[in-house]
Design a protein around this ligand. Structure first.
Ligand code: FES
Length: 109
């Protein structure tokens, strides 16, 4: 399901923001004028990825420097981990993010 991202959550180019959209906490990243949305929690030891930074096309975790590809969510090969990536669409009236409803909400709407 697509949800419009409120403008106040859109980070400036090169920055990262935490956003709550459709009940989910999301990490929004603007890198080279493109918006990306990822999970907030690092799969390695749970660090908050919104406290990290970007290096080219990678999001870097602030705790132990694991790097995740902004387009695929894949960690570097030696890491053996990944983060969820959410599809983003740029439309005439703003950015939209695709978030699947939780299993609970699908079972009990
Ligand atoms: S918690 Fe992110 S790399 Fe360790």
């Amino acid at each position: 399901m697509w949800h419009k991202i409120p403008w106040e959550y859109i980070p400036e180019n090169g920055n990262i923001k935490k956003a709550r959209i459709a009940g989910k906490i999301i990490c929004l990243i603007k890198q080279e004028d493109k918006l990306y949305a990822t999970a907030v929690k690092c799969p390695h030891a749970g660090a908050d990825l919104t406290q990290g930074w970007c290096d080219s096309r990678y999001l870097i975790c602030p705790y132990h420097r694991h790097a995740f590809d902004l387009q695929t969510g894949r960690g570097l090969p030696h890491q053996g981990n990944y983060i969820n990536i959410y599809p983003i669409e740029s439309r005439k009236n703003g950015y939209y993010i695709a978030i699947k409803p939780s299993l609970w909400k699908r079972l009990f709407p």
